[in-house]
Design a protein around this ligand. Structure first.
Ligand code: BES
Ligand code: ZN
Ligand code: ZN
Length: 495
């Protein structure tokens, strides 16, 4: 998608459609924004008439199409709701634009608009939110559909009245990078697990590193992992014929900072539950169980253009969790990279076992900070719903940074406690720790406490993305499927 600037006013730009923004008033009536007032004047009050006639409320994302009878440079007007003015911020703007983008993506090839002023926000950030809305809102994954929509593609957005072209260009550039990373993550999640195997993820990582001299990549094969002692990861991989891969990506910063951030993604390419088999219904979407890994790859695909001032390593233990005569059985014991033993009482709690080894590896590599992203527990989705990620941490500074980064990306996180008292729920009779707690209550917390066993003394944030990684229904920023959650939050941490 191209973003262009025009010094002309809104009515002097030719496009397939122009946006007239409106806010929502308390009483379900709309309140016009400047762009609406301007266009309404040019159209001699017809916009107002149409909005009233159709009971337009200005709800965020509501769209009303108006086709002027007289000759104008724009073919139609999109009256677009921004929601309540006192709640208006960049996240609302991004979603409103996303909703419009999704609705018009196959109907017109260009849109023109004025950039609305968002209170206290810099122009750059407003532009970035708008462009992200356009790009993400029109995302599709239709490569397996024979009949693709062959109509027009929304390919150009023109900002009218554009001043400060340098700042606008920066906002556009950032949005393009953030969306490129997000879209790679979405595509990886949306592809079936028969395509996105551990080998596929490893090849994707290698390709990323080949394109960029700042990025190194090493793939560890099964025999090396055995020698290293990654018994946790290998116990999950045992049931599959497809070879496991451990992916180590590294972005080397030129600065002399001692900080080394590890981003660790859960990379279960399909979670059947293993011997503790899931039901048919609950494994239907389990190709999404590598969403954390997808986010790590999404981040690395653009990281060197964002140039963090510290080193970043990306770690993925990639394998499906399958059932076979060779699979790990409940009651088996696995030895992880730091020597701790884990009693596997439920093979469906596999993510934490693979993450344990990945985290130990990050510690050994000298990471000073660790952030993991994992579709870890159904319990987290029950606690926070489908739009909020659970955040757990042992460090308040890192927590604040991640919360801020998430907020400005429009991704939702909410902190849940690493409540030490519950640690004993993960006790095992025969090993150092059990992979499931002895109670079903507080499952997201006990899973996080399991991971905490492997963190050493490093600063750590755990993001349980089980809810937001995959959406069952379309939303303003994309269709059903992978959301690419986490990519934009992580990229914001590099700014
Ligand atoms: N991958 C699942 C968690 C999950 C559930 C992700 C729903 C996305 C949507 C994970 O491996 C799992 O199966 N967890 C179990 C843990 C239990 C056996 C302690 C769960 O949440 O039921
Ligand atoms: Zn599982
Ligand atoms: Zn899983």
């Amino acid at each position: 998608m191209n973003f262009e600037l025009s010094a002309n006013s809104l009515d002097k730009v030719s496009s397939g459609g122009v946006i007239a923004f409106v806010f929502q008033k308390k009483d379900e009536e709309y309140k016009p924004h400047e762009s609406f007032i301007k266009l309404n004047l040019i159209l001699k009050g017809q916009l107002e008439k149409a909005a009233k006639l159709q009971n337009f409320s200005g709800k965020r994302g509501e769209v009303l199409v108006f086709i002027p009878q007289e000759k104008t440079l724009f073919n139609q007007v999109f009256i677009l709701g921004l929601g309540k003015e006192d709640k208006f911020n960049l996240n609302e703007l991004r979603k409103a634009i996303g909703a419009l983008s999704g609705k018009v993506k196959h109907k017109i090839d260009s849109v023109s608009m004025d950039l609305p002023k968002v209170l206290k926000e810099e122009l750059l950030n407003t532009v970035q939110a708008v462009c992200e809305g356009f790009i993400l809102g029109s995302y599709e994954f239709n490569k397996y559909k024979e009949k693709k929509k062959k109509n027009k593609e929304l390919s150009a957005v023109i900002f009218a009245n554009a001043k400060n072209s340098k700042e606008i260009a920066k906002g556009i550039e950032s949005a393009k990078l953030y969306c490129e990373g997000t879209i790679l993550a979405r595509d990886l999640v949306n592809e079936p697990s028969s395509v996105v195997s551990p080998t596929f993820l490893a090849e994707t990582a290698l390709e990323i590193s080949k394109k960029d001299t700042h990025i190194k990549c090493k793939i560890f094969e099964k025999d090396e992992l055995e020698k290293m002692g990654m018994g946790g990861f290998l116990s999950v991989a045992k049931g599959s014929d497809t070879p496991p891969k451990f992916i180590h990506l590294e972005y080397i910063s030129k600065s002399k900072s001692n900080k080394k951030l590890a981003i660790v993604g859960k990379g279960i390419t399909f979670d059947s539950g293993g011997i503790s088999l899931k039901s048919g219904d609950s494994m239907m979407t389990m190709k999404c169980d590598m969403s954390g890994a997808a986010a790590v790859l999404g981040v690395f695909s653009v990281i060197s253009k964002i140039k963090p001032s510290f080193s970043v390593i990306g770690l993925i233990a990639a394998t499906p969790n399958l059932i076979s005569g060779r699979a790990t059985m409940p009651g088996d014991i696995a030895k992880t990279l730091n020597g701790k033993t884990v009693e596997i009482l439920n093979t469906d709690a596999e993510g934490r076992v693979t993450l344990a080894d990945s985290i130990c590896y990050a510690v050994k590599e000298g990471a000073t900070e660790i952030i993991d992203l994992a579709t870890l527990t159904g319990a987290c989705e029950i606690a926070l719903g489908t739009e909020i990620t659970g955040l757990f941490s042992n460090d308040s500074d890192l927590t604040e940074k991640v919360k801020k980064a998430a907020y400005s990306s429009g991704e939702n996180v909410w902190e849940l406690p690493l409540f030490e008292n519950y640690k004993e729920l993960n006790k095992s009779e025969v090993a150092d720790v059990s992979n499931i707690p002895n109670t079903r209550w507080g499952g997201a917390i006990t899973a996080a406490l399991f991971l905490a066993e492997f963190i050493d003394d490093k600063k750590w944030v755990h993001l349980d993305i089980a809810g937001p990684a995959f959406t069952e229904k379309p939303n303003e920023l994309g269709p059903k499927g992978g959301t690419g959650f986490g990519v934009r939050t992580l990229l914001n941490l590099f700014k």
